[in-house]
Ligand binder design. Structure first.
Ligand SMILES: *Cc1c(COP(=O)(O)O)cnc(C)c1O
Length: 384
């Protein structure tokens, strides 16, 4: 079978409910969820603030289209724009990450009047035809070609190659401020600034895809804030509604003013909007990004100390952590689940990715470290 099956997942673990950073099977076995289903539950599973907001809204008004003002949509919009980097003052909601990137590419094209898109090697931007065209891996693209878009790829992290590619026919440069699917790749210092400067000089849009890096995971609400670089367009999804299907695009005025018509029927539906508002309010009021920075630093330090030379590298920001293994990550992820009741995700062949809900504490971080040490560096693990 290919990397997806059409009905349900390939993991032999039936999940019945979730609470905080844990998932439970019907017979009550607990799993520590260090994958958060690809970063979709920053506040942990079934967070009461989100559950209450959604339950109240679904009973009051499940759906009315976006031409009607609705309080929950207005609240979500205000919260998202307030949480977006300064200068990104308009937003549009959609249903997923790929759709957010699709919109970002359309907005950039119409606002610049150009069509050329520059994307990076090892990028992942989604699976619809436009976002897929800006995604690196042939495995995802080849069977569906020709794709929609005039996309040129440059090596991620190399400013000189980016400078050679950007010109006045460029509509946009699209980058993940830290690459997720591609292996938790952090750009070298100065790279995002270079991208900012080059796009500004060329009149092109800089798009940051923060679908995986956003929502406080890296210690700031957005990873680009750690680098001090503001894009023209920022896309979000995954954790935006703490598990409800929603995406969003935030843009600077020149993009908003120049963008041609675009919309989607379910844009900013009342129920997902209630989830977005509750998620962002809770992240901000309870300062979960700062907590993610603190626990993330602790986790990385402890992993480095416990795993030592048994791995090639531990890297990341906040609670977006990659462990470059000396062997296949799939196998380690499987053993973590089966032997230690911990769920983690591979990111490429040899990188194990940890994206736990931001609400994990040091004790849960220790549990991750101990399990990984047992699997990856058993000779270094003290007898307990
Ligand atoms: C997951 C992901 C996407 C695609 O999001 P979907 O909601 O699955 O369409 C796009 N970009 C990045 C960086 C992602 O991690």
């Amino acid at each position: 079978m290919s990397d997806h099956d059409f009905i349900s997942g390939s993991k032999p673990i039936g999940i019945e409910r979730g609470e905080g950073p844990s998932l439970y099977t019907a017979d009550g076995t607990e799993y520590l969820d260090a994958g958060a289903s690809y970063a979709c539950t920053p506040l942990g599973h079934s967070h009461p603030a989100v559950v209450d907001a959604v339950q109240e809204q679904v009973g009051k008004l499940t759906f009315v289209d976006s031409s009607f003002p609705v309080q929950s949509r207005e609240d979500a919009y205000a919260a998202f724009v307030a949480a977006a980097p300064d200068d990104l003052e308009s937003a549009w909601f959609c249903n997923s990450g790929t759709e957010a990137n699709e919109a970002a590419l359309k907005f950039a094209r119409s606002a610049t009047g150009e069509s050329k898109i520059i994307a990076a090697t090892r990028s992942f931007h989604g699976r619809t035809m436009g976002s897929l065209a800006a995604t690196w891996k042939d495995k995802y693209k080849k069977p569906f070609e020709p794709l929609a878009g005039d996309v040129e790829f440059v090596p991620y992290g190399e400013g000189k190659e980016l400078a050679a590619a950007v010109d006045d026919e460029t509509a946009a440069v699209i980058l993940e401020p830290i690459q997720g699917e591609g292996g938790i790749n952090l750009p070298p210092a100065g790279y995002l600034e270079t991208a900012r400067q080059l796009t500004e000089e060329a009149g092109a849009a800089l798009i940051f895809d923060e679908v995986q890096t956003g929502m406080g995971r890296t210690g700031s609400m957005w990873a680009c804030q750690n680098a001090g670089v503001t894009p023209d367009v920022l896309t979000a999804a995954k954790g935006l509604g703490n598990g409800l299907p929603v995406g969003a695009v935030a843009v600077q005025d020149w993009i908003a003013d120049g963008a041609a018509s675009h919309n989607a029927t379910f844009s900013g539906g009342p129920v997902v909007s209630a989830a977005v508002h509750a998620t962002i309010s809770t992240l901000v009021e309870e300062e979960w990004p700062a907590h993610a920075a603190e626990v993330g630093d602790y986790l990385v330090d402890e992993l480095e100390a416990a795993l030592g030379d048994a791995v090639r590298e531990v890297r990341g920001e906040g609670l977006l952590v990659g462990i470059e293994l000396k062997r296949g990550a799939n196998r380690v992820a499987r053993d973590l689940a089966m032997n230690h009741q911990i769920l983690a995700l591979p990111a490429g062949r040899t990188v194990l990715r940890l994206l736990p809900p931001l609400v994990i504490d040091e004790e849960e971080a220790d549990r991750l470290v101990d399990a990984l040490a047992d699997l990856v560096a058993p000779e270094a693990t003290p007898e307990s």
